[in-house]
Design a protein around this ligand. Structure first.
Ligand SMILES: *Cc1c(COP(=O)(O)O)cnc(C)c1O
Length: 363
């Protein structure tokens, strides 16, 4: 019972077809190689999908976070409250603005920022709050938005894993300034790429200025900006991919339902009532010998990964912030016990059955 007959099932598998290839060739033939009409068309379509007035394309999810923070006035000396359990860019984007990340621990239910701990972390230097919709499960964003409003803080959502996730009928990225990534493993891709969503005209205007060297008029630089622009090739790919996003999200959700029905030996992910989880990752909790199981699953042809093995506050680069072990116990505990299984839309029902049977056999 090893991998002799079955091909290895990768944990992520980007889906790019002939339509994307044709769209890219058309851009190359047009001679518009930087930001142009394809980016603009993609922005319009993405804003409509999320349900916001504006979307601003940039060249990565990391760029989206940096530009969104700066457009919300985050700069040197400010504090931004975020989660310690995420990809590193969540916190390094804050540092890139000259600000300091301040962490609050996560809710064990969905591993997202615990809103009950948020108010205690607010100081007179706090400028913004940046929750993450981890794995595609929405954070308790309405409660967080309310706390932001009461305390006059900007809300920047790291929605890099949450294209199409919903909380109380509204899409992630529509509550504050939304930041998405289109890295190839995400629910849709443009190659490298990112986008910012907002209803706020002034934030949108500043994002457009900051993404292009801080200039509204050519060669007049009123703000600090760098080159964060998206290329038309990426906009063209995004426009095609966006047309498939809902089909792919539904396939992810259906694969997750299948896995959760069949898996018995580990704790399967929960979905809060009224929320739509779009399963960027399908992450289970393993009570013992997580690293052993990770190895055995990969050997049995089920690609899996740990998101994330080290909480951000314990990363070598964050040592100067001075958080020791035990600072955020729920995040530290999660980092020791989680495994993400394959969930991508290219899995067939027999793959889902094989993944579940293998987990049940090996865990
Ligand atoms: C992917 C990701 C990012 C960064 O996006 P890039 O496009 O890789 O720069 C930021 N935050 C989270 C939570 C992510 O998953």
């Amino acid at each position: 019972m090893t991998t002799t007959e079955r091909p290895f099932i990768p944990v992520a598998k980007p889906l790019v077809g002939d339509e994307e290839k044709r769209a890219v060739m058309a851009v190359l033939d047009s001679g518009q190689l930087a930001q142009g009409s394809r980016v603009e068309a993609f922005e319009k379509a993405f804003a409509e999908y999320i349900g916001t007035k504006h979307a601003i394309g940039v060249n990565s999810g990391t760029a989206a976070l940096i530009v969104a923070l700066q457009a919300n006035g985050v700069g040197a000396g400010d504090e931004v409250i975020t989660t310690p359990f995420s990809f590193i860019a969540t916190a390094t984007s804050i540092i890139a603005c000259g600000a300091t990340p301040v962490f609050v621990d996560i809710d064990p239910f969905d591993l997202n920022m615990d809103p009950n701990q948020l108010e205690d972390a607010i100081t007179d230097r706090t400028k913004a709050v940046m929750p993450v919709h981890l794995y595609g499960h929405p954070a308790r964003i309405e409660e967080i938005a309310e706390i932001c409003e009461d305390n006059e803080l900007a809300l920047v959502e790291d929605a890099a894993q949450a294209h199409g996730a919903e909380h109380k009928g509204r899409r992630a990225g529509a509550f504050g300034t939304g930041c998405f990534s289109f890295y190839p493993t995400k629910n849709m891709t443009t190659g490298e790429g990112g986008i910012i969503t907002t209803d706020d005209d002034e934030v949108a205007r500043l994002c457009r200025i900051i993404r292009s060297h801080g200039q509204e008029q050519r060669y007049i630089h009123e703000y600090f900006g760098l080159n964060w622009r998206m290329q038309d090739v990426n906009g063209a790919i995004g426009l095609v991919q966006l047309g498939y996003l809902e089909d792919w999200n539904r396939a992810r959700i259906s694969n997750a339902e299948g896995l959760s029905r069949l898996i018995r030996s580990v704790e399967t992910p929960k979905v809060r009532e009224g929320d739509r989880h779009v399963f960027h990752q399908y992450t289970v909790r393993v009570s013992k010998d997580r690293d052993g199981l990770l190895k055995r699953l990969n050997e049995a042809g089920v690609g899996c990964a740990v998101h994330y093995p080290i909480p951000i506050h314990q990363q070598p680069i964050m040592q100067k912030l001075g958080f020791g072990e035990g600072s955020f116990p729920v995040a530290e505990e999660a980092a020791k016990h989680v495994i993400s299984l394959p969930i991508h839309p290219q899995l067939g029902p027999e793959d889902v059955e094989y993944i579940a049977a293998t987990v049940n056999r090996l865990a």
